[in-house]
Design a protein around this ligand. Structure first.
Ligand code: DQA
Length: 143
């Protein structure tokens, strides 16, 4: 069975509560239940942390265990060279996801340090962006 890690960075533990006009009103736990049902052929491993180093440590554990990684690094996207280096280091296909359209918001959200280390990015398609990323890995495996 395909093993995929879904990693959420800072403040994404507050999904459903935090700025619902931007991020929606569904908790990630509820969404994860829906995702698991929608993709029965994939084992999804969920990890969330508000701590940069913990995200890096978890990325390292993905080596040799996961077939791919889906990451919403939250605001660390725009600040963290260390996270970008970790993504490059693990030599796994990583898809960047953002719930909101980061290019349509503040200037400081227009830079992603991780984008160039990822196979691609999904931004602005709401929480469904995670499902689109899972579908990418399934389609890739079936080609
Ligand atoms: C986000 C966008 C980031 O700019 C922001 O800091 C977040 C969430 C998104 O999913 O739209 O925390 O990654």
């Amino acid at each position: 069975m395909m093993q995929l890690a879904i990693i959420n960075g800072p403040n994404l533990n507050l999904l459903g509560v935090r700025e619902p006009h931007i991020y929606g009103n569904q908790t990630f736990e509820d969404y994860l239940t829906i995702l698991s049902k929608r993709f029965p052929g994939v084992e999804l491993h969920y990890y969330q942390s508000n701590v940069e180093g913990e995200l890096i440590n978890y990325l390292h554990t993905c080596m040799g265990k996961m077939d791919g990684v889906i990451i919403n690094a939250g605001a660390y996207t725009h600040t963290s060279i260390a996270l970008a280096d970790a993504i490059a280091a693990i030599a796994l296909p990583v898809v960047e996801v953002h719930i909101s359209n980061v290019l349509a918001r503040e200037e400081y959200r227009k830079t992603s340090y991780i984008a160039s280390k990822c196979v691609g990015s999904i931004s602005g398609l709401g929480i469904n962006g995670y499902a689109l990323a899972v579908q990418y890995f399934i389609d890739k495996a079936n080609n």
